[in-house]
Design a binder for this molecule. Structure first.
Ligand code: SF4
Length: 222
């Protein structure tokens, strides 16, 4: 409910974000534009998660209430993918929402226990990368993935964030954080779908291995 309300508030809020960078909230206008484009069938509905994620991260930047998932800077990705699933998938129900959150949580625990979810510690790969991995695995679960496919989705999502630095402009969690959450939400959806097109048994890199690689990469980046 907190995630849903956060998206709703972010889509309804206008104006500038605090902090002095004069960053304008973009999610409401993007949503309005997307509705027009969708009606004319130019834009695929898969662009919505980007806007949902940006709405959450604009709320975070404004000091609004978010769900730490796994951090506040990366708080938009999981709500965006979950909201997209609830809104656009005819098979979405409460039980699958719970499966989504439990799967995301389980994957997040692996990162927290075996590596790090701190941007200050391992860079943005530990924040946005981990959130993307959690969301990709969770989405693969609720669209019918096997445990192997869930693992592969989560692994691929981290694999393509390795080396991502944390270097926000002015120290504010706005640029590149807000757009970065949107891009990661899109990536999570696509990689989960990709994982379900294959059985995943011949993959060369496991989720455990990519978690360790992320940790080592974070150490190297220092
Ligand atoms: S770049 Fe932004 S979202 Fe990524 S770790 Fe740094 S502060 Fe967090």
């Amino acid at each position: 409910d907190v995630m849903e309300n956060c998206i709703k508030r972010g889509l309804g809020a206008e104006g500038q974000l605090p902090g002095g960078l004069n960053v304008r909230r973009r999610a409401p206008q993007l949503a309005a534009r997307l509705k027009v484009l969708r009606e004319s069938e130019i834009v695929n509905t898969q662009l919505w998660p980007m806007v949902y994620a940006m709405a959450v991260n604009e709320e975070n930047a404004a000091g609004g209430r978010v769900v730490t998932a796994p951090t506040n800077g990366a708080a938009g990705i999981i709500p965006a993918v979950l909201h997209y699933f609830r809104k656009f998938n005819p098979h979405a129900n409460q039980s699958r929402v719970e499966d989504f959150l439990l799967t995301a949580g389980a994957i997040g625990i692996l990162y927290k226990t075996n590596a790090s979810i701190s941007g200050a510690d391992v860079g943005c790969q530990g924040e946005v990368g981990v959130a993307c991995s959690m969301a990709a695995g969770a989405y693969a679960e609720v669209i019918g993935g096997t445990p192997k496919q869930v693992e592969n989705a989560a692994e691929m999502a981290m694999e393509h964030h390795l080396g991502l630095t944390c270097d926000p402009v002015g120290g504010l969690v706005q640029i590149p954080c807000i757009e970065r959450n949107g891009i990661a939400a899109e990536k999570a959806l696509k990689l989960a779908t990709l994982a379900l097109l294959e059985d995943g048994t011949d993959k060369k890199v496991s989720l455990d291995e990519v978690i360790q690689t992320m940790l080592q990469t974070g150490r190297d980046m220092k």
